[in-house]
Every structure is written in C-alpha cells, then in structure tokens.
Ligand binder design. Structure first.
Ligand SMILES: *[C@@H]1O[C@H](CO)[C@@H](O)[C@H](O)[C@H]1NC(C)=O
Length: 291
C-alpha cells in the first residue's frame, strides 16, 4: 500500500513544492536586488539614493516580456508627435461609414504641423493644404455649419443647393470652391502624405532614398493633377528632401530606429484607413472628377 501511495504523495508534494520554490527564488531575487540598491548607504558618508528604474521603464520591460510587439511606441502616445495626429484622424472615423469633418480637419492641422519642419516641399506638394483646411473650417463653423458635420452630409447639401462645380472645371476663385472640391484636394494630398510616410517607414536601407520614395509617390498621386511648371518645381524641391534618419528622428525623437519605423508605419496605416473611407464616399457620389 505504501509502495502504491508513494508516487502519488511525492507527485503531490512536487506539485506544491515547485511553485513554492519558484516563488522563493523570485523573492530571493527581488530581495537581493533591493539590498543591492541599498548597498553603500545608510552608514554615514554616502547619501542613500535608491535608484530603481522609473515605473514606465518597468512597464515597458513587463510589456516586452508579455508581448514584444504590443507596447505602443512613445511617439504614438497622446503627447507624442504622431499620437497627436493619429488621434483626431481615428476619431474622424467614429461615424459609421462616414467621415466627421471637424475631426478630419483637426487631424490635418496636426499633419501640417508635423510635415512643415520637413521642408518647403511638403507645403508645396500638399499645395497649400493649410489654406484648404482653413477654407473648409470656415464652412464647418460657418452659417451652414449644420450641413458640414460629415462628408456625406456636406456632399448631399452642396448637391441640393447647387454649390458643386461641374466635373473637370476648376472654380475661378479657389477660395470660393465648394467644400466637396476642397475635400477632394485635401484627400489627394493625404494620399501622398500617407504613401510617403509609409515608404519612409518601411524602406530598405540600401533601397531608394526617402526623397526618391516620396518623389515617386508625388508623381503617382499629385503630379497628374498639377500643371507642368509645378511638377518641375516639385522635382527640384525633392532633391533637398531630408534623409530617412532625419525623418524618423522628427517623427520619434530620441527613439531607436526600429521603434520609430514601427510608429511611423502605424500612423501611416491610420492615414490609409481615413483615405480609404474618404475615397469610397467620394467615389460613390461621383465627386472624384470634381477637378
Ligand atoms: C485600403 O484599401 C486597400 C484597397 O482596397 C486595401 O488593400 C487596404 O488594405 C486598405 N487599407 C486599410 C488600412 O484599411
């Protein structure tokens, strides 16, 4: 009987002992760590500074133990450069199947803030996105504000009110362009920004430079809509485009390259979601031919 019981007893014993032993080891490890932190202090001469890692660092270490890819890069946090631009763009998608205009424009304001230090080409390639954002904001907050809450309501209202330009005919005064046309121009500039940032984030070290990648995106997305002279000027301006390292540093200051690339790719992904939704809405309404 004892012979039969023994393996069971010892198995049960083991089942309780192993976790206990692990717990004890962990406790021992933690104690020696905190003892080490106190070493050389308390007995007079040296001040007692216990320098543990800051809480965020601990969280990061824990995060990297649990799931290596899960931790949100710092520059995507609400205070980070990319975080500030991603948040309103994401919020613009909160309306089911529609795009909320005030959030879309808030996102654009942050995108412009982010792109401006990269050089004049951004202002140029996005063809004065700033003035377009301002023009659309004037409508969103103007006397007809009630019709300018979302892309769908705006398009419906402008069609009803006869405010839409004829397809392919540019308005004589771009300040008086319809909200739908202004949105279309911003929409194309958003596509270019998204492709440029995405390619910078994912480009191979020995592949084309950031300037070449963004210039390429320009030729595909915006070039066909710009006059010859503007295209030539853009081609020249891309020659002084910042390098990948500088772009990543502006996007995620004081961060390792891999983390900066991951954050930039995530931000570009959000821009793509917004682009996709807007593209669908404009296409359904036949608004992609406005100019
Ligand atoms: C955007 O649409 C394209 C084409 O339909 C698709 O391949 C892509 O995955 C979409 N991107 C996002 C972020 O939804």
């Amino acid at each position: 009987m004892g012979v039969v019981l023994l393996p069971q007893v010892s198995r049960r014993w083991l089942r309780h002992t192993i976790p206990l032993a692990i717990f004890a080891l962990l406790l021992f490890y933690l104690c020696t760590r905190s003892l080490r932190a106190f070493e050389g202090c308390g007995s007079g001469a040296q001040p007692c500074v216990t320098e543990g890692p800051p809480p965020s660092q601990i969280r990061q270490q824990l995060g990297s133990l649990e799931a290596p890819e899960r931790e949100e890069p710092r520059c995507l946090s609400p205070e980070g450069m990319l975080g500030r631009l991603v948040r309103p763009f994401r919020a613009s998608l909160n309306l089911e199947g529609d795009v909320e205009l005030s959030q879309y424009l808030a996102g654009w304001r942050e995108l412009i803030k982010f792109l401006t230090p990269f050089g004049s080409i951004f202002t140029f390639a996005t063809s004065e996105a700033f003035s377009k954002v301002t023009a659309l904001e004037a409508r969103v907050h103007g006397p007809d504000a009630v019709h300018y809450t979302s892309l769908a309501t705006m398009a419906a209202w402008e069609r009803r009110a006869g405010l839409l330009e004829r397809p392919g005919v540019a308005p004589p005064d771009s300040a008086k362009a319809s909200g739908s046309r202004t949105t279309l121009l911003l929409h194309r500039a958003l596509r270019w920004s998204q492709l440029c940032l995405q390619r910078v984030a994912t480009g191979a070290h020995r592949g084309p430079s950031a300037g070449e990648q963004c210039s390429d995106a320009y030729s595909t997305v915006l070039g066909p809509h710009h006059p010859w002279l503007v295209r030539q000027a853009a081609r020249l301006a891309f020659l002084s485009f910042p390098g990948r390292g500088r772009l990543l540093d502006l996007a995620c200051p004081r961060t390792g390259e891999a983390e900066a690339r991951a954050a930039l790719a995530r931000a570009a992904g959000t821009l793509e979601e917004v682009y996709n939704r807007t593209q669908g809405l404009l296409a359904e309404r036949g608004l992609l031919q406005l100019a």
